[in-house]
Write a new protein. Structure first.
Length: 164
């Protein structure tokens, strides 16, 4: 009976620890995404009295040189080739921008996906993705435009930055 009780407590402790690590991983990546989106340093973010909401981040002006109006135009094959040279690990697969990310653990993969979700919501462009344990497979395309646009390139850049 005592052996069963010890095993049961050990499982509960392990589950509690795993949950705590998951929460820390997710919120750590969420914080990193907010810093990336706002362009603030870690020190200035600590001095800030309240963190911005996702909606405030979405309203913030994008510091990238790409304008919103041009981001929905399909990229020419030449422009796409040039952009791909600046995106290591990304390739075209089935007419979509494609990459597989691999992380040391499920918690880090999930944290990455949480960070990307904030970025995607802020820029109004969402990935097609799939997660199995420590891998996140991503396909990017702009459905309204019928192919790859600057929105996809912008999100791919942000995802690569977040993945490190």
């Amino acid at each position: 009976m005592q052996t069963w009780l010890r095993r049961s407590l050990s499982r509960q402790i392990a589950l509690a620890l795993a949950l705590a690590l998951l929460i820390l991983g997710v919120f750590g990546h969420v914080f990193e995404a907010r810093l990336l989106l706002t362009g603030k340093s870690f020190a200035s973010s600590l001095a800030q009295t309240s963190e911005p909401t996702v909606h405030q981040l979405a309203e913030a002006e994008d510091p990238s040189p790409m304008s919103t109006s041009m981001s929905t135009s399909l990229l020419s094959p030449q422009d796409l080739d040039a952009m791909l040279r600046e995106l290591p690990g990304w390739q075209i697969e089935n007419g979509k921008l494609h990459r597989q990310f691999q992380f040391p653990s499920f918690v880090e993969a999930f944290g990455f996906m949480s960070s990307v979700a904030l970025v995607a919501e802020a820029i109004g462009h969402h990935p097609e993705w799939f997660n199995v344990y420590n891998r996140v497979t991503v396909d990017l395309t702009t459905h309204d435009a019928g192919g790859i646009t600057m929105k996809d390139i912008q999100l791919a850049r942000r995802m690569s930055e977040l993945a490190g």
